[in-house]
Design a binder for this molecule. Structure first.
Ligand code: SAM
Length: 262
């Protein structure tokens, strides 16, 4: 088959380091009858070792040329190809059983993709993703640090996350301009509280972080007032990064109690 020319618009940086590929597959630890979905299989760096361990694999891929290659290389009995945009894909349609999701993600869409995937938190066993290192630093950030933001709060609300591998640019072809890392995400429902209205939690967190340098008092105008914050022992003069995930959940529930809806 002719050589594939990497497409920048699809974030195509193909893994070529055998050690990194083996570490990812080892971390995923696929068992033969697991339901596994790979996002962006590309030329198959992770796909092939996954297929050798699994009875069946699902992939979601947007690039038509790559889809044709995959069809030529793997029978449908072994590989189900969901052709299209992972951002619009209904991961819940794959199986009733909890699934594992894995991918060396296209970095240009990683943040919206993580928000999309977060909504399937109750349908997954675990997720392992290669991402730009800076994005993972934001996912696992502690409160009161520069990396702590909307992505941190909304993902830590649903998942326990840890960095399991740092990956240099030379592990890819072509090499990306940024450092990469692999993160493990395991659903942890309720670990940091349960928001009765998750839409309201999302609205609260995005409004709180709308302007990082401003205080909660200013950012939350029109949604939560000073009395709401003080009733929970939260200083309205704090900045959004100073609140723990649990504080955002408590505040969202307090607003729900007042009849505020998402
Ligand atoms: N898994 C391969 C590897 O590790 O070498 C390829 C990884 S490459 C960084 C990203 C892959 O995601 C490419 O195959 C690309 O075509 C695909 N992709 C890009 N945007 C996508 C989207 N919106 N939906 C599904 N796949 C996408």
């Amino acid at each position: 088959m002719s050589k594939h020319i990497p497409r920048k618009r699809f974030g195509q940086n193909f893994l070529q380091d055998a050690g990194v590929i083996a570490s990812i597959v080892h971390a995923v630890n696929p068992q033969p009858d697991d339901i596994v979905v790979e996002i962006g299989p590309g030329l198959g760096a992770i796909t092939k070792p996954l297929l050798s361990r699994l009875q069946h694999l699902h992939v979601v891929e947007i690039d038509r040329d790559i889809i044709e290659r995959l069809k030529a290389e793997h029978p449908p009995a072994k590989l189900t190809i969901h052709a299209g945009d992972a951002l619009a894909f209904d991961f819940g349609s794959v199986s009733e059983r909890p699934m594992k999701i894995v991918g060396n993600l296209p970095y240009n869409i990683s943040t919206p993709l993580l928000f999309h995937l977060a909504s399937y938190g109750n349908r997954v066993l675990d997720m392992h993703f290669m991402l730009q290192k800076e994005v993972i630093e934001r996912m696992v950030a502690e409160p009161s640090t520069a990396d702590y933001g909307r992505l941190t709060v909304m993902l830590q609300y649903r998942f326990e996350m840890e960095t399991i591998l740092f990956v240099p640019p030379e592990a890819f072809w072509p090499p990306p301009k940024v450092d990469s890392a692999v993160v493990r995400m395991i659903p942890a429902p309720g670990a940091r509280g349960v928001a009765r209205d998750e839409g309201l939690l999302e609205k609260l967190v995005s409004q709180a972080f709308a302007q990082r340098r401003k205080t909660l008092r200013n950012n939350l105008k029109g949604l939560a007032d000073v009395a709401d914050l003080e009733a929970l022992g939260i200083d309205p003069g704090l900045r959004p990064e100073n609140l723990a995930v649990e504080d955002y959940v408590r505040l969202a529930n307090q607003l729900s109690d007042k009849g505020i809806k998402s």
